[in-house]
Design a protein around this ligand. Structure first.
Ligand code: NAD
Length: 249
């Protein structure tokens, strides 16, 4: 098992990609903390993992709150004794061109998507130091690699995650704390339904990929597993693009 003995905290683990990562990590031997604002959904994913013989706990976490983060990290260490892996997956999507985006919308998106990743990283690193190292996996987007036609603040937040990941890698590599980003293309999740709300827009998203399909949450979870595990022990500051070839054209 590729995560035997590891303790992983996954934000936004109540549904979508985060839930797929929680299930896969647990199957690979990790003890998993699912952290989300959706309490009943998160508890249900943890219960499902436990029923299948895994080991998972749910904690309430709004990633934009430093107090919540401290409580989530403390709860992780109280339950499992340490923290080895942090997956900063939680995010929200908001559409809008530059002229349509209000300052309030900008702040909301950046607070959750970018500041949330910063706060989690800041509070996880001291625990990873105690554990002798760690792996931080930040979920960015293809919208963090190229300009977005539809979602200004979201794209800016994902670009921030991309470079914040590299700063983390550069600053803490000496301590065996690695940080890498994942850049998903169109993925079939509740957020995907929000971005592509009808058959036409979904078909358009599929058509823009090279592989001519929408990705599954498991496509991303497989990449997150690789970056979380020691299989990627010589990788840090890197970008793992899982987008069906979208940005290769
Ligand atoms: P999703 O909306 O299905 O899941 C996101 C999860 O994050 C939800 O459980 C939600 O409750 C949680 N969340 C939102 N705000 C939170 C907060 N303040 N504190 C804690 N949890 C919060 O979306 P998804 O598609 O599974 O997205 C996972 C990641 O992948 C996100 O970072 C997203 O930006 C990224 N991504 C998604 C796609 C896609 O097509 N779905 C594409 C590129 C990148």
């Amino acid at each position: 098992m590729r995560l035997e003995g590891k303790v992983a905290l996954i934000t936004g683990g109540a549904r979508g990609q985060g839930a797929a990562e929680a299930r896969l990590f647990a199957r690979e031997g990790a003890r998993v903390v699912i952290a989300d604002v959706l309490d009943p959904d998160g508890m249900a994913v943890a219960a499902e993992i436990n029923e299948l013989g895994g080991d998972a706990t749910f904690v309430h976490l709004d990633v934009s709150s430093q107090d919540d983060w401290q409580q989530a990290i403390d709860a992780t260490v109280a339950a499992y004794g340490k923290l080895d892996v942090l997956v900063n997956n939680a995010a929200i999507w908001r559409g809008g061109h530059v002229l349509e985006t209000t300052g309030e919308q900008w702040d909301t998106v950046l607070d959750i998507n970018a500041k949330g990743v910063f706060l989690g990283t800041k509070l996880a690193i001291p625990e990873m130091r105690k554990a002798g190292g760690g792996s931080i996996v930040n979920i960015s987007s293809t919208a963090g690699l190229v300009g977005s036609r539809t979602s200004t603040a979201y794209s800016a937040s994902k670009g921030a995650v991309r470079l914040f990941t590299k700063s983390t890698a550069v600053q803490y590599g000496r301590e065996n704390i690695r940080a890498n980003s994942i850049h998903p293309g169109p993925i079939d999740t509740p957020m995907g339904d929000q971005v592509w709300p009808d058959a036409g827009s979904r078909e358009e998203a599929i058509e823009r990929t090279v592989l001519k399909r929408i990705g599954t949450p498991e496509d991303i979870a497989n990449g997150a597993l690789f970056l979380a595990s020691d299989d990627s022990s010589f990788m840090t500051g890197a970008e793992l693009v899982i987008d069906g070839g979208l940005t290769s054209q």
